[in-house]
Design a protein around this ligand. Structure first.
Ligand SMILES: [Zn+2]
Length: 347
């Protein structure tokens, strides 16, 4: 990876359109390097898209960046968050506590947030269930350990749950639900100026994880692919992502992501053809990350995401009639083919 590739994370605030500023904020782990929040100048203050991960360094950088832009944190009237993940949401609650900022979040995140505040744990219990179903019970046991005491501070509910609609800002923003990365993920579209605040739905350099959240797993990759297709139904825009630099075309990146998942579905199907039967086994023979790392070369957290993502691909193959599944002792076992063929060959 060239140095240039990470410059977006460390270069300070960047004005991407008149009155629209990209502010990269630090994260406590460097896997994603940073998160972009976007500050929009309104007549009565500032609106933020996403808020960052609530850690002291993040708030310090946010304050310094706003001052550099001629503003202050208490100018922020509202934060519109793209999804419930910690690096996007928790600092919004901190801003509300300090400055009375109003917090808005897609209504599809409500069950996940309610489950989190009921279970009161940082353990990603749904992802661990998917791991067990994927035949990786040992990994699930290991991943359940090592979590400290749950801190509810960042997980208070928003002031308002957002439905699809239009926010009456100086430059109106359309709220578009894009389930997949999480089930309540939304993007914000400024159609007049050709800007898409894409959160983690469309990222310029990486493919977002799928369904890392609490609640019924459903068919998150199927939802995600539908939400990608949805992007192509709007006129093309610049892409203002939560991780990575601003890019020229949402459509071209959406096309690359759809192509990536087509290829991934084909590789997953091939792995079934060569005898792998479970999510864990299939994940073990697929290459991971842009650098094609072997599964065994990933750390535990990324192995968990990898098995979850593989199960998501396998479930889409089943939904599309390209594979079949049966459960044995709580583990899903997949086979290539439609099942119809095996019925036919039996008859
Ligand atoms: Zn996320």
């Amino acid at each position: 990876m060239s140095l240039d590739r990470g410059k977006w994370a460390t270069g300070g605030p960047e004005t991407v359109a008149p009155g629209v500023h990209r502010i990269p904020l630090p994260l406590p782990n460097d896997g994603l390097r940073a998160i972009n929040v976007y500050a929009l100048e309104e007549s009565d203050g500032l609106v933020l898209i996403d808020a960052g991960w609530s850690i002291r360094e993040s708030l310090t950088v946010l304050e310094a960046s706003l001052i550099e832009l001629g503003h202050r944190p208490d100018d922020i009237t509202d934060v519109y968050v793209t999804h419930i993940h910690r690096d996007h949401y928790t600092q919004a609650i901190e801003l509300r506590r300090r400055f009375g900022t109003r917090v808005h979040l897609g209504v599809g995140e409500r069950p996940g947030l309610e489950l989190l505040t009921t279970l009161r744990t940082d353990v990603p219990v749904t992802s661990l269930e998917v791991l067990r179903r994927g035949g990786a019970a040992d990994l699930a046991e290991r991943m359940a350990e090592g979590y400290g005491e749950f801190d509810p501070a960042g997980w208070e509910p928003p002031d308002r749950w957002l439905d699809a609609g239009t926010l009456p800002l100086r430059h109106p923003l359309r709220v578009i639900p894009t389930p997949g990365h999480t089930r309540g993920h939304v993007v914000y579209l400024d159609a007049a100026r050709g800007l898409l605040f894409s959160g983690d739905h469309v990222l310029p350099h990486i493919t977002p994880s799928i369904g890392f959240e609490l609640g019924q797993p459903g068919l998150p990759l199927g939802d995600y692919l539908d939400s990608l297709e949805l992007m192509t139904t709007f006129p093309d825009t610049r892409l203002l992502p939560a991780h990575g630099p601003v890019a020229a075309s949402t459509h071209s990146r959406t096309g690359e992501l759809l192509a990536h998942h087509d290829k991934r579905l084909a590789e997953t199907e091939d792995a079934l053809g060569s005898g792998a039967r479970t999510g864990h086994a299939v994940a073990g023979v697929l290459p991971w990350t842009r650098r094609a790392v072997a599964f065994d070369g990933l750390d535990g957290f990324n192995r968990m995401l990898a098995v979850n993502e593989t199960v998501a691909h396998l479930d889409v193959l089943v939904a599309r009639g390209r594979a079949t599944v049966s459960e044995v002792d709580g583990v899903a076992r997949y086979s290539a083919g439609s099942g119809l063929q095996s019925c036919r060959s039996l008859s």
